[in-house]
Write a protein of this length. Structure first.
Length: 226
């Protein structure tokens, strides 16, 4: 039996600016089954980040419903929202957001320490994840001692640290050269497979998007299967 872990219904997002109302997403519907890898392509400005930020609990829709697991994102109080972001989600962005004074290992296990996991356990798990992304020889390196691709590999490892239900990736290869972009794409899909995670990834890179089980494009605020 397939289980729907993300259900978005009649979503609308309108930005109100001084001169006009900008409706970026309109009548957008999406259901994601557990374990599927879903990708969304769209031109710059089409609303990809807006959509992902809503699923990530970073922004509110103007209208519609968003349900992820047992969380109704429209009616989350602060405590539940923090719970959702800590335990349900793993996030990867275009920029790695690693802390510069912490090693690859520490950057990877930090989310688990914040979630209350004992340090020894957290470090062991982080070591395994860094090994999964091919960084076993770089665990004690600072971000400044890593290449761009390697930093993004740490970000991939970190996103899985709290054993999330859903991994959200916003242009995870957007800052990388083509070779590294291809490598990070492969790596991300392979670790998501290994840990049987659900992935929602947005990108303007069609080659990356094609790796999804289902690929959508955002057009005029709606999703269409590609
Ligand atoms: N806070 C905001 N206020 C007004 N317009 C915004 C705001 N955030 C994003 N937009 C507009 O919404 C559109 C979609 O942005 P975004 O979701 O970042 O696109 P993408 O990630 O696909 O490049 C853009 O035209 C952008 O200018
Ligand atoms: Mg974007």
């Amino acid at each position: 039996m397939s289980e729907i872990i993300v259900s978005v219904k009649e979503l609308e997002k309108t930005y109100k600016t001084e001169s006009e109302n900008l409706t970026i997403l309109k009548d957008l519907n999406l259901e994601i089954e557990r374990g599927k890898k879903i990708t969304i392509v769209g031109e710059s400005g089409s609303g990809k980040s807006t959509f992902l930020n809503i699923i990530g609990g970073l922004d509110n829709p103007t209208r519609g419903s968003v349900r992820c697991g047992s969380y109704d994102l429209i009616n989350l109080d602060e405590k539940k929202l923090s719970d959702y972001r800590t335990h349900f989600l793993g996030l990867i962005f275009q920029f790695h957001y690693l802390l510069k004074d912490f090693t690859a290992l520490e950057n990877t296990f930090l989310p688990s320490i914040m979630a209350g996991l004992p340090k020894k356990e957290a470090a062991e798990k982080a070591r395994q994840l860094l090994c999964d992304v091919g960084l076993e020889k770089r665990v004690d390196h600072l971000p400044s001692q890593l290449s761009g691709g390697e930093r993004q590999r740490v970000a991939v490892a970190r996103s899985l640290m709290n054993n999330p239900e859903l991994v959200l990736a916003d242009e995870p290869t957007g800052n990388l050269d083509p070779e590294n972009a291809k490598m990070i794409g492969e790596l991300l899909f392979s670790v998501v497979d290994k840990y049987k995670k659900t992935l929602l990834l947005v990108t303007h890179d069609m080659n990356l998007a094609r790796r999804g089980d289902l690929c959508y494009s955002i057009k005029k605020g709606k999703l269409e299967l590609v």
